[in-house]
Design a protein around this ligand. Structure first.
Ligand code: NCD
Length: 324
């Protein structure tokens, strides 16, 4: 086993780098981990798989699910994982250190991968440019959140048995929400999906995402009519207002029309699945938690297995490029 710098490092920076075949590989492995995790024997087996590896998580923005699922997943695979959960405040960034310098320094401790979340769009790419070990983008500003989108697709696959020919409704803060951007990009890799974007005009999806959909021939519509959008949908994926990017001149309160409650969801077919990357604030009413179509907590749980599969594949190739 070689632990040297690689010119073809298995960075995970954007949803665009994944193919349906690559995702299938990941999802199969995530299924296996899910199965192994259900017995102590399976757990002991997994804990041997990557013994001696170590990763580090650097989060410059709050996180519950992403960081904990990476860290729990790493522990399950025998990978050591120290972390800085509030790097913006408690790391040298607070003293003015650049992303590049922090990344260079972390590299000196020879981690096998660096998991990074940062408020600036493009920050993961900047880190990758100076890193000899894989950088995994755990959310860069309002740009992308590829590992979230992978677990979202995995959840959809488990629920519907396919990732093709689906009617997917993405709603809420589409302009600043990074999860919906990565998810739309991944959904566009499969044939026959139709995406309906639901938002106020100010929070519309970025044009570079809709342009990407057009390039792949993925059809889409944009509307502010929630109930109409839900009719015939296979998946409704809701998001919160990203107030942290408002700079004090916020886009106003969530209007009633953008709250999913039992009444609105009466328009969603029985087979429709209700998803949310979480955290939820008030855009999905708590009464919906009892709805048999609600999957947001299972979705979060799936995240650990998908992230384990991702780490597993990166370490299978010793951190050099993976064919996703
Ligand atoms: C998301 C994020 O950080 O972009 N959270 C997550 O990772 N599940 C969604 C959000 O914060 O709204």
């Amino acid at each position: 086993m070689q632990i040297t710098e690689s010119t073809h490092t298995a960075h995970v920076l954007t949803a665009d780098q994944f193919t349906p075949e690559g995702m299938e590989m990941l999802f199969t492995r995530a299924d296996e981990f899910q199965e192994l995790d259900s017995t102590m024997e399976g757990r002991r087996h997994m804990a041997e798989l990557h013994l001696g590896r170590r990763i580090v998580t650097m989060f410059y923005q709050p996180s519950t699910r992403t960081r904990i699922s990476f860290e729990m997943g790493a522990a399950a695979l025998g990978i050591g994982c120290p972390s800085t959960e509030n790097a913006g405040e408690f790391s040298s960034a607070a003293k003015g250190e650049s992303i590049e310098d922090s990344t260079r320094v972390l590299n000196m401790y020879r981690p096998d991968a660096i998991i990074m979340r940062h408020p600036e769009s493009g920050s993961a790419k900047r880190a990758a440019a100076v890193s000899m070990v894989p950088i995994i983008n755990a959310g860069d500003g309002t740009n992308e959140h590829p590992t979230q989108a992978l677990l979202d697709m995995y959840t959809i696959k488990r629920e519907h048995g396919t990732l093709e020919g689906l009617s997917i409704v993405l709603g809420g803060d589409l302009k600043r929400g990074r999860t919906v951007k990565s998810l739309a990009r991944l959904a566009s890799k499969y044939a026959g999906n139709h995406i309906t974007f639901v938002s106020t005009p100010e929070l519309r999806m970025d044009r570079d995402v809709t342009d990407a959909l057009e390039r792949t021939g993925t059809t889409y519509a944009e509307t502010d009519q929630v109930e109409d959008a839900l009719k015939g949908a296979d998946v409704v994926y809701w998001t919160r207002l990203q107030k942290e990017y408002s700079n004090g001149n916020g886009t106003g309160p969530v209007s009633g029309g953008f709250i999913l409650d039992n009444e609105t969801l009466a328009h969603l077919p029985d087979s429709g699945v209700i998803m949310h990357p979480l955290p939820r604030v008030d855009e999905i009413h708590v009464e919906v938690d009892e709805d048999h179509r609600a999957r947001y907590f299972e979705q979060a749980g799936n995240g650990m297995y998908v992230r384990m599969a991702l780490l597993d594949q990166i370490f299978e190739t010793d951190g050099s490029s993976v064919d996703w």
